[in-house]
Design a protein around this ligand. Structure first.
Ligand code: FES
Length: 346
């Protein structure tokens, strides 16, 4: 459920990005508790145009700081442009509670190596994870490999610098396309092969990747080349993955289906047209279901399939455990039977 939350601070990070903090009222503290690396969903109304977007929290739940997101303005980005240029301190904005599986299981007694690989605004969940580990897992070492165009486009430059000075366990390797840098270029295969090689032999090291699709694909391919197991590679997509493993669409998907939906404690019967997703059908029939990316990258549209069968075009944001428990991404799901019951509250 979306809540109306007040903006408490807006800090300009770079000419193209801001950090936005929110004042969560006491009665919503529990609902808005979060794990490092999770995101919130914003429902924006920009001059009558409504849009939902997911933004990772860059704050740490353990530092006492306000819930904060980092937003980079993208070309023609309706919501990111609004958040960068028009939103003001004191404004209220619709926000849904933190969600997401891109997080870290912090244990005080762990002494491990964590490698964070980020490009551009992919730093936001990585910053939350780094700060949380430094505070709560003091024996672990954290290395951030961070790619940007130039020094002026590095989000959270001062905060990262300060963290690396305060915590010897935190090292930053900046990779810049332009200007003065120890490591020049992009986070391509060659650069990542060189930078990740020293960590590949550590069989307990964990890798967290967030950034544009090419950066994620390059990092994954280098880690796979070094035989790093899937369980030790954690990924957060901001954009659609380069290739999505699509199962064949069943032939009977092409007929209209009448399904049941539970949402915010109420039950509805809706019609899903041929080729339409359950989410799109819910939006069309004005149920106001939760969603953000609509490309299987966030998980905001997650619901439990209580009965019936669906086909999912992609399941990218769901963990194997969630699939096992019957969760689906409604932005990717097409009903195959009429007895489908989808429970957003489940
Ligand atoms: S809306 Fe993001 S996964 Fe469905």
């Amino acid at each position: 459920m979306f809540r109306s939350i007040t903006v408490s601070e807006i800090k300009r990070l770079t000419p193209q990005s801001v950090a936005i903090s929110f004042s969560i009222p006491d009665e919503l503290r529990k609902e808005f508790s979060y794990l490092p690396g999770q995101y919130i969903t914003i429902k924006a109304d920009v001059n009558g145009q409504k849009a939902n977007r997911a933004y990772s929290l860059c704050s740490s739940p353990y530092s006492g700081e306000a819930h904060t997101i980092g937003v980079k303005q993208t070309d023609n980005g309706l919501v990111s442009t609004y958040l960068n240029n028009e939103l003001l301190v004191g404004d209220s904005i619709e926000i849904m509670k933190p969600m997401g599986n891109f997080t870290v299981n912090i244990q005080q007694e762990h002494a491990r190596r964590i490698v964070l690989i980020g490009g551009g605004s992919g730093i936001t969940p990585l910053l939350s994870i780094a700060k949380s580990l430094l505070l709560k897992e003091p024996q672990s070492t954290i290395t951030l490999i961070y790619g940007n165009r130039d020094e002026h486009s590095i989000m959270f430059f001062d905060e990262l610098d300060e963290l690396s000075l305060r915590y010897p366990a935190f090292t930053i390797i900046n990779v810049l396309e332009e200007g003065e840098a120890l490591h020049k270029g992009r986070l391509d295969n060659a650069t990542l092969s060189t930078l990740l090689a020293p960590f590949a032999s550590d069989e307990h090291a964990e890798f967290y990747i967030c950034g544009p699709s090419p950066v994620m694909a390059n990092a994954e391919s280098v880690l796979e080349h070094h035989h790093i197991t899937k369980e030790r590679i954690h990924r957060e997509f901001f954009t659609a993955p380069l290739s999505i493993d699509e199962e064949p669409v069943e032939a009977h998907e092409t007929s209209e289906k009448n399904i049941s939906v539970k949402l915010y404690g109420r039950s509805y019967e809706i019609t899903v047209n041929p080729g339409e997703t359950i989410l799109d059908a819910g939006i069309r029939q004005q149920l106001d279901p939760p969603y953000a990316c609509q490309i299987a990258a966030c998980c905001t549209c997650r619901a439990k399939l209580q009965s019936g069968k669906v086909h999912m075009d992609s399941r990218e944001a769901l963990t194997d455990d969630e699939i096992e428990e019957g969760y689906i991404l409604t932005c990717q799901a097409h009903p195959l039977t009429d007895d489908v019951l989808v429970d957003y509250d489940g």
